[in-house]
Design a protein around this ligand. Structure first.
Ligand code: NAD
Length: 477
């Protein structure tokens, strides 16, 4: 079985404590690899390498076109390892192979996109008086620590790291303990691109050990966290103690409103990807549908047909559409939610329990007659469980969609674009999809309202939170 190491200061570093983390294939529950478990000593090494590279101003003083070229090289090298890394990602995460390879290509796209912005981060001149020349410059924070989750291990690295690098920060990434292996293949691409040592460090350790030590480390100046609300709040406390900025991208309970004039096939297509894709383990999953009474029965029939048609299997098996959830714990949690929904009065028109096979597979589950008081309507399930709620008038639909502590995504299905934009303006969410879930790209800002977090990743907006403004005033007299 292959053993992987942490990537620190351009080198592959074992765990000083000789501890390892075993990684499972969720489709079989078998161990497929192991990685050296980073403890405080490896965090110290990674942070000190990042700090040294920042203090040497390697990236900061690099001519910006050269920084951009280096980023394009990272993109090229990442594309070269996309097959190899995607395969490992598919095995450790369970997701479909094509989707896993795409994650590597998405990282490459992120680097290409932000490479083009490195020399366009302009300050401004400010009129003060005739004998003062006043201007602003945008500067990096220093050592930026990024903590990523297991559901999109590579995409989450790509979107924060590309911004961090483009703006001149030195970065330490802590990967999720359930899916740390594929990131080591990305680290190989970093090496192949000849990125100077210390600028990018990738380690894996447990969240409550290496993760919490990293964010509270005195030499970390900036934190990017993607994960659950509960962990996000802990991390914000750590950052508050040190008065350093944090970008937090947290969970969601996104609702799609289905108006009577909607094309129901659009809704079903979205459900296939947005709640059954990656086994529903998507932060912006379309986990609730708020459906007009007049079309609900017809839509339920179509959703049941879809659920029956999905081919269940491991991501590495050709044609698999419903892949496993990440772990035994996750399967217990997701099945527990479905059970609680049924006990509270929802009807499982399809699924409702774990699939009868090895590995951590949950049936594609559609719960009808869900009401707002049920936990399946309120809490993030993070599994292939779709809650269908009914409404009668439009204001009621908006109120149901917004009746959540989350605000990551939202959607509306209608042929009337006036109604769509009116609805978009009412939805309390960071991104709204009309007639198709996931319309965005690397160029569109992504982030939450309410408890789904703040700051934005992706797009030009994404760069803002990685930079601080310095004001310089020159006396001309
Ligand atoms: P999680 O919060 O349990 O863990 C996320 C990361 O935090 C992991 O790397 C973990 O090791 C680390 N961690 C755990 N405890 C820590 C601590 N005390 N200090 C520092 N780090 C710690 O989340 P998860 O279960 O891995 O991921 C699923 C969650 O992520 C869902 O809520 C999902 O919605 C969210 N998510 C959000 C986005 C987004 O862009 N908004 C994207 C993907 C996932």
């Amino acid at each position: 079985m292959e053993k992987y190491n942490n990537f620190i200061n351009g080198q592959w570093i074992d765990s000083e404590a000789k501890e390892i983390i075993k990684v499972e294939d969720p489709a079989t529950a078998k161990v497929i690899g192991e990685i050296a478990c980073a403890k405080n000593s490896e965090v110290d090494l990674a942070v000190s390498a990042a700090k040294e590279s920042f203090n040497k101003r390697i990236l900061v003083d690099m001519p910006l076109l050269q920084r951009a070229k280096l980023m394009h090289r990272i993109a090229d090298e990442t594309r070269k390892v996309a097959e190899e890394g995607g395969k490992l990602l598919c095995y450790e995460n369970g997701k479909n192979l094509a989707a896993a390879i795409k994650e590597f290509n998405d990282v490459a796209d992120m680097f290409d996109y932000y490479a083009g912005l490195t020399d366009k981060l302009e300050g401004k001149t400010i009129p003060v008086s005739h004998n003062v020349f006043d201007y602003t410059v945008l500067e990096p924070f220093g050592v930026s620590a990024h903590i990523v989750p297991w559901n999109y291990p590579l995409s989450m690295i790509g979107r924060s790291l590309a911004c961090s690098f483009a703006t001149g920060n030195s970065t330490v990434i802590k990967t999720a303990e359930l899916t740390p292996l594929s990131a080591t293949i990305f680290a190989k691409a970093i090496q192949n691109a000849e990125v100077p040592a210390g600028l990018i460090n990738i380690i894996c350790g447990y969240g409550n050990e290496a993760g919490s030590y990293l964010v509270s480390h005195p030499d970390v100046n900036h934190v990017v966290f993607t994960g659950s609300v509960a962990t996000g709040k802990k991390i914000l406390h750590s950052c508050a103690d040190k008065a350093i900025p944090a970008i937090v991208e947290l969970g969601g309970k996104s609702a799609g409103i289905v108006y009577p004039d909607a094309d129901l096939n659009d809704v079903v297509d979205s459900a296939k990807h947005a709640i059954f894709g990656v086994a529903g383990q998507i932060c912006t999953a379309m986990s609730r549908l708020v459906v007009h009474k007049s079309v609900k029965d017809e839509l339920i029939e179509k959703l049941v047909d879809l659920s029956k048609s999905l081919k269940v299997g491991p991501g590495y098996e050709e044609g698999s559409e419903l892949t496993p959830v990440i772990s035994s714990n996750q399967l217990d949690k997701v099945e527990g939610y479905a059970r609680s929904g049924i006990q509270q009065g929802a009807e499982a028109v399809h699924g409702g329990k774990r699939a009868d096979r090895n590995g951590y597979f949950m049936e594609a589950t559609v719960l009808n007659n869900v009401t707002q008081d049920m936990s399946v309507a309120r809490e993030e399930i993070f599994g292939p469980v779709l809650s269908v709620l009914e409404y009668q008038d439009t204001e009621e639909a908006i109120a149901i969609a917004n009746d959540t502590e989350y605000g990551l995504g939202g959607g509306v299905f209608t042929k009337d674009l006036n109604k769509a934009s009116w609805t978009a303006s009412k939805l309390q969410a960071g991104q709204v999809y009309v007639n198709k879930w996931f319309t965005g790209s690397h160029a569109t800002p992504f982030g939450g309202y309410k408890q789904s977090g703040y700051s934005r990743e992706k797009g030009v907006d994404g760069l803002k939170s990685y930079l601080q403004v310095k004001n310089v005033g020159i006396s001309l007299s």
